[in-house]
Design a protein around this ligand. Sequence first.
Ligand code: TTP
Ligand code: MG
Length: 407
Amino acid sequence: MLLSRIIMCIDMDAFFASVEQKANPRFRSKPIGVIGGGPRTIITTASYEARKFGVKTGMSIPEAKKACPHLILVIANNARYTHTCRGLEEIFRRFTPDAEIYSVDEAFLDITATHHLFGGPEEIGRSIKRSVKDVFGINCTVGIAPNILLAKLVSDIAKPDGLRWVKPEEVGGCIEDIPVKELWGIGARTAERLAVLGIRTCGELGRTPSSLLRSKFGIYGEALRAMGLGGCSRPVQTNTEEAKSIGHSMTLPRDILERTDIEHCLLLLSEKVGRRARKYGYLGKTVSLTLRYPDFETFSRRKTLAEFTNDTHDIYKSVLRILEGIGLRDRIRLLGVSLSTIVDDPHQIPLIEEERKRKAVLRAMDCVNDRFGEFKLTWGSYFRREREGGVISPSWKPSGVKSVHLK
Ligand code: TTP
Ligand code: MG
């Protein structure tokens, strides 16, 4: 007989806002909204005090202020969130090596093999909540269930500051009346298509014949039915260190068309990508450029290089070459650069003197910036420009190699 697994989802409550409230006593118990630094910023998260007034993630500042006129706006401080996330990982790993840091504020732990060492699943949940509060002064919610789909659902239901364990025999009763759109992986469009078939709750989805779902959703129909029954076969993925690609993108503070403005942003993005690849010891052979027009049409073009690289200038030159092949039809709203076809950097010393020098310069720049902060030492062409504020993506992970979107 297959032993049921015990999976825990830990999700920080109003993460960025809670970190800010802890850091600044004058924000405590107050409605605050965390925003990016640029002029087009939105609310990335709101404290629970602000949520009572209807302030939500994604709202524009005027919308949020209308809902809550005394809302305090706080500019995001990414370093605080990433530092907290790294510390959280340390806490989680005390209880199991099978920990997946899913996003900047969510983790999954497989505690099947270790829970008995710590007094059981709920005791682990309580210990984690206590440690997170003691070390970082913030609340989190813990959902425990037989798989990650249910653990996530249970943590959403138990929010905020909750702890709930749904055992295998309780799954059916727990999810029967839950709207399908609450399930992780069922988006608004799928929920609408299901509603057309008269399926609104998980219970209804689980009772729908596979043949009907297959005829409407193809191969995905089978998975949908399993989800309705609370099933999910995705294991906790503990080995997420493997880099597939390293990318950065940014929505520009204003739409741009001028070549020098575009080049300036591309150099900044190339440096971010190159620096990250160097930091984690990777080389890549494919460079991609992503563009978004103001009407949101988005596309990417890629170029395969002759050699593997993590040199900012190699990446930048390739991106410029890609750009030359694109006839821009409008201003640019978003730019992205990424490096893929990744291998480990064997750290060979180049034979050509010029390349050796370039490598040494990059290493020296990285050392200075590691010590004194990002872009403290930078390329002259970037130095002319002011920097724009950004907000870290929720998909940020401490493993570091991840696409990051700067709003
Ligand atoms: P969430 O876990 O979605 O939300 P939350 O932690 O703020 O609130 P709760 O879990 O209690 O409902 O997001 C985690 C953090 O990621 C959040 O604090 C802010 C950030 N974030 C963004 O930057 N952009 C986004 O679109 C979302 C949804 C979150
Ligand atoms: Mg959260």
